[in-house]
Write a protein that binds this ligand. Sequence first.
Ligand SMILES: [Zn+2]
Length: 359
Amino acid sequence: MMDFMSRLPLAQSAVDYDVARRGEEGLIEHLLDDAATRVMLVHNGLVAVPKRVGAHAPEALDCAADPAAPRPDAEPPTGAMGLALLAARDLRDAARQPGCLVIYLGVDRACSPEVPYLALDITRAFDTRLQGGAGADSELDAYRPPLFQRLLAAHDWVELRSFAPCASVRDAGLATSAVAVSMWHSNQRFCPACGSPVRPALAGWAQTCANPEDTERLLFPRIEPAIITSIIDEHDRILLQHNTAWRDRFFSVSAGFVEAGESLEHAVRREAMEEVGIPLGEVHYLGSQAWPFPSSIMLGFTARAVSDEIHVDHEEVSDARWFTRVELARTVAAGELELPGRASIARHMIEDWYGARLG
Ligand SMILES: [Zn+2]
């Protein structure tokens, strides 16, 4: 399992979360003044990487599509891409603008001196509803769009699923936390209990309700658990399915959301029965992966099929087949079947069964 997890992007962090400091008064201001602090940038769920000459589109940075990427049987291209990490002092003005969210991601204790990391989320810096709001400084207001336009233009902006498989463990972990927390703030603007506006708390990891009558209500991100299962039969074949919502030729393993009041093991068995009509025997936990698109966590299992007779539901799943290792390698190589992306736990579960990288 350790080997499985050590290769899984979006599932780990080399940085100490330093949770104990999150409630510290003036922490963000203090860290913005600290010469050691490094800041990564987030905008609309994308993370900033150093601009590459002649490569402006995020697609150009997808190592899976890069002809220079290592061969499929080589080691994962970890560290091929890195975050743009800026000095905190250069971003103090930007971080103080209305709509900007600063998240304290933790501290790298392996460095000397230790390096604190912040994420600056500029998604709402362009929100016109915040222009001229109560207490806003008109000079800073006028300054705001050019400042953020410069930040946008100075970097390439990449999607986490393209970035993480090519990044170091540290950068993949920082980016995953930053995107997950940022997406939550973007999607939850009001208190779910009373409908009042909310403001960031605990160094960005929580919100407090601004309603005095609902005061001190602390809100934390709601994470939606989803199970994902590699189903293996008695001949050591893997079951891959095609969902009706997926593009042609795309196949993956069984997955679905955990229902309220349900155990993970029950969800694993229920999804397999609902989607492909397969009763399961032994179920073993493999590992988990944050999947902040926008707020899931994938809980990976492998399970033994009691029967190999497939009955797809034709609603969610239109096709499902058993594959031997030889069949899967041949079908993927022939382009007849497309597997989940390299950042996904699904891909790692399939390759874990296969015993090597595929495609
Ligand atoms: Zn409230």
